[in-house]
Ligand binder design. Structure first.
Ligand code: CTP
Length: 126
């Protein structure tokens, strides 16, 4: 069965994250999440409210997530795909096209985003 990988910040874990990860897991048998570190978020000008360790704890508590690895830069994906024998790379469709260069290494699938929920929206309400 297939190994799946996806990447993201997953700050204030919400229903859109749940949908993305559970659908990703249903594509295979092992789901790996590359979780953006606090340093990498800063590089992306994306400030997470929950620290890497807290975001990691939440993801690791989910029975459909098998492994959480740190995402420390934009260039690690090919290495991760080879290291973990990944079959399918998954992202939400807000990223459509951005990772097609990975098609030389595995299948690339963009899943539909869940409407009307995002970490940015939650932060606006704080
Ligand atoms: N995602 C999704 N549906 C949502 C929100 C996020 O499918 N409503 C997916 C994204 O497409 C990505 C993954 O969840 O593949 C992690 O996204 P992340 O950027 O961490 O979450 P967002 O809620 O989009 O955060 P922000 O608003 O800060 O961009």
């Amino acid at each position: 069965m297939a190994t799946i990988i996806t990447y993201g910040t997953f700050d204030f874990f919400h229903y859109g994250h749940f949908e993305l990860l559970s659908k990703a897991k249903n594509l295979g048998s092992k789901l790996i999440v590359g979780l953006s570190t606090d340093d990498f978020n800063q590089q992306k000008n994306k400030y997470s409210i929950l620290s890497f360790e807290k975001r990691k704890k939440i993801l690791e508590s989910l029975n459909f997530v098998n492994l959480v690895i740190p995402e420390i830069n934009w260039n690690q994906k090919i290495n991760d795909i080879q290291k973990y024998n990944v079959d399918i790379f998954v992202m939400g469709d807000d990223w459509t096209g951005e990772f097609n260069y990975l098609e030389d290494y595995c299948q690339v699938i963009y899943l539909p985003r869940t409407d009307k929920i995002s970490t940015s929206l939650i932060k606006e309400l704080l």
